[in-house]
Every structure is written in C-alpha cells, then in structure tokens.
Design a protein around this ligand. Structure first.
Ligand SMILES: [Fe+2]
Length: 431
C-alpha cells in the first residue's frame, strides 16, 4: 500500500509540475479568468492542504509554514480576489511544495496505516492525492481559458468505432448505490445503500458535437420552449449561442482547445456546456437528463449477477484501454473509442472523456456522515449545485470511479462537462 501511495503522490506531482512548468512566471501569477485562481495559488494551496493533513495531522510534526494557512484557505478568499493576496511567488511556491513533500514521504515511511480512521487503508494520503489531481484538472481548465500560443501537447485520442443502438434499456428495480468498502471513497460517496429506479432508456454515448450542432442549427438557443425558466433567463443574460470555445466562420464551426483552433469533430462528445444547455438539448431531443441514481445504475449495475461494479467494465482499475482519463489526450475521444470500457448493458464512455451533468441536486445519501471535515462536501449540499458524474479526459484515475460525485453551479461552462440523455421507458417498450 505504501508503494501505491508513493506512486500516486508522485504521479500527481508530476502532473502539477507539467501544468506549472509549461508557462512562464508571468503566466503563473496572473489571472486567466475571474473564475479561476492564478496557477501559482493552486500549486501552493495543494502543498498547504498536504501539509495540514499529512505533515501536521497524520505526522504530528511541526508546521512548515503556519503563516500562510490563511492565504491558501479556499473558504477565506474567492477565486477572483486571490491575485491580490501576498501569495508565494513561483520559486517560493515550488520550494514550499517540495519541502512539504519530502516530509510527507518520511511520514509515509513511518506512520502506521491503521488504528485511526484517518489513516486506515491510507485514506488521508488518498484524500491528498485526489485533492492534488482535482486541482490539476482545475489548472488544466485554467490552461483552456488562457489566451496565447499553445503550451501543452499530447497525442490525439484513439479513433471512434461502432457503439450499437443509440440507447439502451436499463431494467427497473433496486441496485446498490454508493460504497462502504472503496478505501479512498470520499464521505459523499458513502454509505452503500439500496436505490430503486423505474425502467429507463439511457443514451449509449455522451451527446456528440455533431448532434449538439443540430440543436444549435435548429435555433435551439433562440427558442424558450426548450429551456427552464432559470435556463432561459441565463441564456439571454449571458448571450449564449453555442458551447463555450465554439466559433462560427462562414458556414463552418470551429473549436479552440488549449490554444489550437480546429474544425469541430462531429464524433467527439460536446464539452463546455452548462447544465441549462444540457437540459435544453435533452428537451429538444424529446428526452431528459438522467438522475444521478440512473447514471450510477447504468454505470455499475450488472444484470447478470445483480451486483454493482466499481467501474462499468468491472472491478479492475482503469487502463488506457478502458477510458480517456489523466490528461493522456487533450480532448474527449470520439464515441466508440473505448469498447473495452463499456458497461454490461453496452453503455459507452461513462468514465472519462467528459463530466456528465445529471438532473440531481447535490445531497448526502441516507446515512451520510461527515468525514473527515464538513468543508469537504457537506457545506455544499443543497439545491444550488447539480451533480456531475464520470470524470473527464482531465480527471486522473485516482480521482474518479463509478461512485464518484462532482458538483457545480448549473451555469458553469469552464469545466470539462458534457452530458448524455435518458428517457422513461414506455410500457409497450418493456415487452
Ligand atoms: Fe482545494
């Protein structure tokens, strides 16, 4: 276990380094969007959380830099205000995170991984790994918002392939949702409990750029019939006409990703749409968004055994054959690119590619217990956040699984979010 933790910590740091070394000091300290922190804030914040949990709490050691805790407390300063803070500069931030990591590796060598819930199965280390990877995904989103010559590079995703029918029927009845056994699952994924659905259809793949373009071309953004009241108010006020980073030149559409503008790939899942856009498309298509319960059932339920799997393909950890994860590529992969990652019912690309908006508000499951602190998820419970599932091409495998829950405001578009549709099964479709 210690080896796995050390490898996961190293992989996260390798990625943080790549994302911060890719740009110069000026780009590290400036704010690329009001929605985001300066990259140098994310870097030192990652180190500060690691220090708080692993050096001080788990390790019981003296603080490395108690004086900066307040600066890097995400609850104390809004992202828009962070550039004005007396932050550590790039060189200082790099030195700080390195010093913390050296101490953490020493703690990892010495501390017993049992006897206290926080360290059982390496939980606190897993939490810190996931935290760094989540900030790496946030930093990747900052890169997407950055204006300038491209600085990131990665091979293109694998080609698409056949996916079978457009939608599959998920049988009604109970299944096990959430987990009580996944070692690094966060408090909001717990506990395992029984959830029940009616039979429903879910799209075999996320909605593609090509399908979404039909909605745009059909005047979807100008037609209040497809939008909720809040969605229509937002689309008007914000002046939305297409997904973020799309641009029309003549009669062709282009998409800009990480500084590179290219013709829209009609087979790739649409990305950078907000919840309201996803819900409007679904209504236009005669469907709806899946609930969070439906999404998890489609992702985990194996009708042959009645069991819920860790991932759509089974219980094995993701590999590059299963899913587009870990910033291995800089875009979602065309549909059908991961046949080995399909669920038993034949649903593709549930994990990786794009986060998928669901219709559900973010709440604790029945039996929810805060662990290890309320600010992890409990303070976000409520109707203002919608749940997203499945992770994106920018999510690391340590920070996503079929039980993993993400949440954001329904107007957010800078995250790597798309969606798939679902619909109720009609009685005559069940025989
Ligand atoms: Fe954080």
């Amino acid at each position: 276990m210690r080896e796995r933790i050390a490898a996961d910590l190293a992989r996260a740091r390798e990625r943080s380094r790549l994302l911060t070394d890719a740009v110069d000091d000026h780009d590290l300290v400036r704010q690329h969007s009001k929605l985001m922190s300066p990259l140098v804030w994310d870097l030192a914040h990652v180190g500060n959380q690691e220090e708080l949990w692993l050096v001080r709490d788990v390790g019981g050691r003296e603080p490395v830099r108690a004086d900066i805790d307040e600066l890097y407390d995400a609850f104390k300063h809004a992202r828009a205000d962070r550039p004005q803070l007396p932050l550590l500069g790039p060189a200082e931030a790099r030195r700080y995170v390195g010093e913390v990591r050296t101490k953490v590796l020493d703690v990892l060598d010495r501390v017993p991984l049992e006897g206290r819930r926080l360290v059982e199965n390496g939980f606190a280390f897993g939490m810190v790994v996931q935290h760094e990877q989540q900030h790496d995904e946030t930093m990747l989103a900052t890169h997407q918002l950055r204006v300038g010559a491209p600085v990131l590079d990665a091979p293109p995703p694998p080609p698409g392939g056949p996916v079978g029918p457009d939608e599959v029927l998920v049988p009604g009845g109970p299944f096990t949702m959430g987990t009580s056994t996944e070692a690094w699952a966060l408090d909001n994924e717990r506990p395992a409990h029984q959830a029940v659905t009616d039979p429903f259809f879910i799209d075999t793949t996320p909605v593609t750029n090509g399908a979404y373009l039909e909605f745009v071309a059909d005047g979807g953004y100008d037609d209040p019939r497809w939008w909720s009241e809040a969605g229509w108010a937002h689309v008007r006020k914000a002046g939305l006409v297409a997904p973020r980073f799309w641009e029309r030149q003549g009669d062709r559409w282009y998409r800009t990703a990480f500084g590179v503008t290219a013709p829209l790939d009609p087979r790739q899942p649409v990305v950078h749409v907000c919840f309201h856009e996803a819900a409007a498309y679904a209504k236009w298509a005669g469907k709806r968004l899946p609930t969070e319960v439906e999404w998890e059932k489609a992702a985990r339920f194996d009708p042959a055994t009645g069991r819920s799997r860790r991932y759509p393909w089974g219980d094995e950890e993701p590999t590059e054959r299963h899913a587009n994860l870990g910033q291995r590529h800089l875009s979602p992969a065309p549909v059908g690119a991961y046949p080995a990652g399909a669920s038993p019912l034949g649903v593709h690309q549930l994990i990786g590619d794009v986060w998928e908006w669901t219709s559900s508000d973010f709440h604790g499951y029945t039996g929810f217990e805060v662990f290890p602190y309320a600010e992890y998820s409990q303070v976000f419970f409520g109707p203002e956040y919608k749940v997203l599932r499945g992770g994106s091409f920018g999510s690391d495998q340590a920070a996503v699984r079929a039980t993993f829950r993400n949440w954001d405001y329904p107007i957010r578009r800078q995250i790597f979010a798309g969606f798939r549709c679902a619909r109720d099964a009609k009685r005559e479709e069940l025989t």
